[in-house]
Write a protein that binds this ligand. Structure first.
Ligand code: GRF
Length: 193
C-alpha cells in the first residue's frame, strides 16, 4: 500500500510510522511526505530516511481548490492510496476528500469528541480531567469530527505537569498510530480481495 504522510511541523509521528514500516510491522511504504510549510522539520526527517518530499504553500495558489489540485497531481503521480495526516495544520478540502473517500486518517492528542481543535493536550490539562488520551480517526469535512478508529487512554496524575503530559501523549501517539495504520491497510486489502 502506497502512503503519503501530510505534516506541517516536527514529524515525530511520521518517524514512528516510518520506523514501524522498516521493522516490517506495516504492509505499506511511505512514497511521499507532503508539507504546507517549506521549513517544516518533518522534511529533514524524511530526507534522512530517503523518502521523497514535496512542499508548497497555499499562498502560491489562488484558492484551496487550486492548491489541492496540485497536491493531488503529486499523489496521483506516485499512485498514493492512503493519506496519513500527522500534525498537518490545515483542513482537508473537497478536492482531496472526494479523491480519497475513507482513505484519509488523522491523529488528535485528546479523546475525541472531547477537546477538539488546536490545543487538545493543554485544554484537557487545564480542564482538570483525570484522563485524556489520543484518537485516530477518519477525516471528514469538519474539525476533528470524522469516525473514530481507535483511542488510547493516558492518565493525568496528581503531580502531572503540562510538559510531562505532552511527553506521555506523544508516546501514546507513536504507539497507536502505526498500529492503526496497519489495521486500516489490512481492512482495505480485505475489501479489495
Ligand atoms: C501530534 O500531537 C498530533 O496529535 C497533532 O499534531 C502533533 C504532531 O506532532 N495532530 P508531530 O509533528 O508528529 O511530532
Amino acid at each position: 500500500m502506497k502512503i503519503a504522510v501530510f505534516a506541517s511541523g516536527n514529524g515525530s509521528n511520521f518517524e514512528a510510522i516510518a520506523k514501524s514500516m522498516n521493522q516490517g510491522e506495516i504492509e505499506g511504504a511511505i512514497v511521499l511526505v507532503f508539507s504546507d510549510r517549506t521549513d517544516a522539520y518533518v522534511l529533514e526527517r524524511a530526507k534522512s530516511l530517503q523518502i521523497p518530499v514535496r512542499s508548497f504553500s497555499p499562498k502560491q495558489f489562488a484558492n484551496k481548490v487550486e492548491y489541492e489540485r496540485e497536491i493531488l497531481k503529486e499523489l496521483e503521480a506516485k499512485e498514493v492510496e492512503l493519506l496519513v495526516l500527522a500534525g498537518y495544520m490545515r483542513l482537508i478540502g473537497p478536492t482531496l476528500l472526494n479523491a480519497y473517500p475513507n482513505r484519509i486518517l488523522n491523529i488528535h492528542p485528546a479523546l475525541l469528541p472531547e477537546f477538539p481543535g488546536l490545543h487538545g493536550i493543554r485544554d484537557a490539562f487545564e480542564a482538570g480531567v483525570k484522563q485524556t488520551g489520543v484518537t485516530v480517526h477518519y477525516v471528514d469535512n469538519g474539525v476533528d469530527t470524522g469516525p473514530i478508529l481507535a483511542q488510547k487512554r493516558v492518565n493525568i496524575e496528581e503531580n502531572e505537569t503540562l510538559a510531562s503530559l505532552e511527553l506521555k501523549i506523544h508516546q501514546a501517539e507513536h504507539q497507536l498510530y502505526p498500529e492503526v495504520v496497519q489495521e486500516v491497510i489490512q481492512a482495505i486489502k480485505k475489501t479489495e480481495n
